[in-house]
Design a protein around this ligand. Sequence first.
Ligand code: SF4
Length: 201
Amino acid sequence: MADIVYRYKENVYFNITNKCPCRCAFCIRDKKTAIGDAEKLFHDHEPTKEEIKNAIDSFDFGESTCAVFCGYGEPTNAFDNLIYAAKYLKRLYPEKELRLNTNGLSDLINKRPTVSEICAVFDSVSISLNAPTSEEYDKITRNIYPGKAYDAMINFAKDCIKGGIKVRLSVVDVIGEEKIRKSRNIAKSINADFVVREYKT
Ligand code: SF4
């Protein structure tokens, strides 16, 4: 079985699904089979609730301050397990910050509003903005909802802000200065933090 929980730098990461509605040009899954201290991040089968619970129970969280749901897939593709695991972790480690790294397409993936459940347990969310327009976003992410995904992602970010959790939008540095500037303005316009991530090959 692949790693469900692994350590990368100072944080602990959760890899609860390999499903994703995107096929991003910058996806690390196309470059490396694992990251951090994980040996394998491609699951033979989608992890069950019990397997996720067992992985949490047997992992030494040590001094880590932040637990991040990220992994080699989109965490909201396993929505019930995501919320279950986050609540379980919050109960075991109330002092740790819980962060969701997401493409922001949860409502489209799950075909219903999902932000209130996320905001009830997560402290922060990091959303891949990727680009300043819907057309550029579709080109980069090659998502299965062309024409709809960008607005859904922005609305997801706005709803998370309304829900009272910290929201960060991110882009990768290779999109160029002009698109980074426009993306930063979008983040500012909705009161989200903004980060430019380095593209690692
Ligand atoms: S949304 Fe994330 S996991 Fe999915 S293809 Fe893009 S970078 Fe990869």
